[in-house]
Ligand binder design. Structure first.
Ligand code: NG1
Ligand code: ZN
Length: 544
């Protein structure tokens, strides 16, 4: 077996569970943690091959994000810190579902040949491993290491318990040759936050922020970050410590966003306070204000975070260029990317600001790709996953311009704007959406604007909306186009939806197969909650 790219003895130790099929999907492989060992083992092989192919370090993250504590999952980070390229997904699916070791070996041998993956010439492969706080993570980490070790020349480097975005950040930095340890991450966030605050006008503002850590890794890391942060009064709840509750149970960004309810360990004392919620692996962020009357909240979702960032960036670009009489539209392209789930009021607001708004299909890999086509691209899903991307070209231009202004117009508003944009590019995690860096940028922008959370929330008012699930025999019978806003199959369905939608003032409605659950999702918006509910109900019936 010497010529074989992988060691079969290892494969035999991780038999496939019966009767399950795994698909990579929009979020990697996910299922009950107890049946995931063979999948994770094989994902280890996949990661090693990816590293060999690219000649760079890649990442392997064990997490099931906002899902229950008994679930787990595995995904691969590419050398640039983004998600694994989509062209490898069919191979990933085939690999983890290969019925026995011989099939698996055959698949690998064939793929290595097709993809021209270098083998046996002393090439090395490096894979950074990260995991969240799930109890199944320990055993699965071993499986991942074994998978990696079964590939000749591949080395697993265990980075311990991390948020998903921390691991992606490390992979990105290692390959760029910049500092990449966890303390580097913490220091960079704290430092660029401090610089942004120093560059802001002296506004008084509500500095107290209460954060729901989802009883996961994000809360833990925020506690750590807090120690080196100045200028912010953060109180973290649901940190995952003994007695505080279970991961994602009655808490976390997904819970707060979907239920529009306060998380556990929040109560009457928090009414009107500035609060934020992270998800279980620290890549989603929403803000909320507990309301007086009940357990409800005023939700400030990903759309509103996107809007805040877009306003800020646009203003800085205007300062940077307009003082010189240049039209910034010529100099730099700024675009925002949303999905069809973005509240219509947010899209209208962004367009009214004169921004270019692009729609992408659900799943951050699609949004990320679109955002990367701009000099500055901002993307967010309504659920709070998003970030800002700066092109290399624009960053070097920005650096040059700031250097120039520091000698000719030091301390001017346009000089400061350049510096602010450079700090944003250091604070925000450009590998993937990152709740911790997103939170610090929100706080820095609020400070700059002198805005309370209430003022931010009132930028625009969300249109009433309703999301429902339709259980159908085969969700893939529904095929969509135009970033999921139009049904192309089955024929006639879109016409029926259009007819129904036309009955509602400000009505908007779309249906799409979920990428993570066996359902068709239905979304409706209208001028009142009753109307949105009724439109969504009608659409469910049309799908059934
Ligand atoms: P699906 O199940 O495809 O709708 C859900 C979320 C996505 C994304 C993925 C990955 C909604 C409507 N969909 O996808 O935004 O977060 O899970 O976790 O929230
Ligand atoms: Zn997550």
């Amino acid at each position: 077996e010497k010529q074989h790219p992988i060691l079969l003895d290892y494969v035999r130790q991780y038999p496939l569970p019966h009767g399950v099929r795994f698909t990579y999907g929009t979020a990697g492989f996910r299922s009950e943690g107890s049946i995931l060992a063979s999948t994770v083992f094989r994902a280890g092989i996949l990661a090693a091959l990816r590293s060999l192919k690219t000649g760079s370090t890649v990442g392997l993250m064990l997490t099931a994000s906002h899902n229950p504590i008994s679930d787990n999952g595995v995904k691969i980070a590419d050398p640039d810190g983004g998600m694994m390229i989509q062209q490898w997904e069919p191979f990933a699916d085939a690999l983890v579902n290969a019925p026995d070791p011989d099939h698996l070996l055959q698949l690998v041998v064939q793929f290595v040949k097709e993809e021209n993956i270098p083998f046996g010439g002393g090439q090395s492969a490096n894979i950074l491993l990260g995991r969240d706080t799930r109890p199944s993570g320990d055993a699965l980490l071993e499986a991942a290491k074994q998978g990696i070790n079964s590939v000749v020349g591949a080395v697993a480097i265990d980075m311990g318990i991390l948020t998903t975005p921390q691991l992606h950040w490390m992979v990105r930095n290692i390959n760029k040759g910049t500092r990449s340890s966890e303390s580097d991450y913490m220091e960079q966030l704290a430092k660029s936050f401090r610089c942004l605050v120093d560059l802001a006008p002296d506004n008084t503002m509500e500095s107290k922020l209460v954060v729901d850590g989802a009883n996961g890794v994000g809360g833990e890391k925020l506690q750590q970050l807090k120690k080196i942060l100045s200028g912010l009064d953060i109180c973290v709840r649901n940190t995952g410590k003994e007695g505080e509750g279970l991961l994602n149970e009655g808490c976390g960004a997904d819970y707060v966003q979907k239920e529009k309810a306060i998380p556990s360990n929040f109560g009457l004392d928090d009414v009107g306070m500035k609060c934020a919620s992270l998800d279980g692996d620290g890549d989603r962020l929403v803000y909320f204000i507990p309301s007086a009357s009940s357990k409800n909240v005023d939700l400030i979702d990903g759309d509103k975070i996107l809007t805040l960032f877009a306003l800020f960036i646009k203003e800085q670009l205007d300062f940077l260029y307009n003082e010189q009489g240049l039209d910034n539209k010529e100099a730099v392209s700024l675009g925002v990317v949303q999905t069809a789930y973005a509240n219509g009021a947010s899209t209208a607001y962004l367009k009214q600001l004169g921004l270019e708004v692009v729609l992408a299909p659900t799943g951050v890999k699609y949004l990320h790709k679109e955002a990367a086509t701009f000099d500055v691209g901002i993307y967010f899903e309504a659920n709070g996953h998003g970030t800002i991307l700066f092109s290399e070209k624009f960053l070097s231009h920005l650096q040059a311009r700031s250097d120039e202004l520091s000698s000719t117009a030091s301390g001017s508003e346009s000089h400061k704007s350049g510096l602010r944009l450079l700090e944003v590019s250091r604070l925000i995690n450009q590998a993937v959406g990152d709740a911790l860096s997103g939170l610090l940028l929100v706080e820095a922008v609020l400070q700059y604007k002198g805005w309370s959370i209430k003022a931010w929330n009132e930028l625009y008012q969300d249109l009433p909306s309703r999301q429902l699930k339709a259980k159908v025999a085969d969700r893939n019978a529904v095929v969509t186009a135009n970033a999921e806003t139009k049904v192309v199959k089955p024929p006639g369905l879109q016409e029926l939806i259009d007819e129904e939608t036309a009955k509602y003032p400000c009505g908007r409605c779309f249906v799409r197969p979920s990428g993570t659950e066996d359902v068709v999702r239905v979304y409706a918006e209208a001028s009142t909650q009753e109307a949105a509910d009724s439109l969504a109900q009608s659409a469910v019936q049309l799908v059934d």
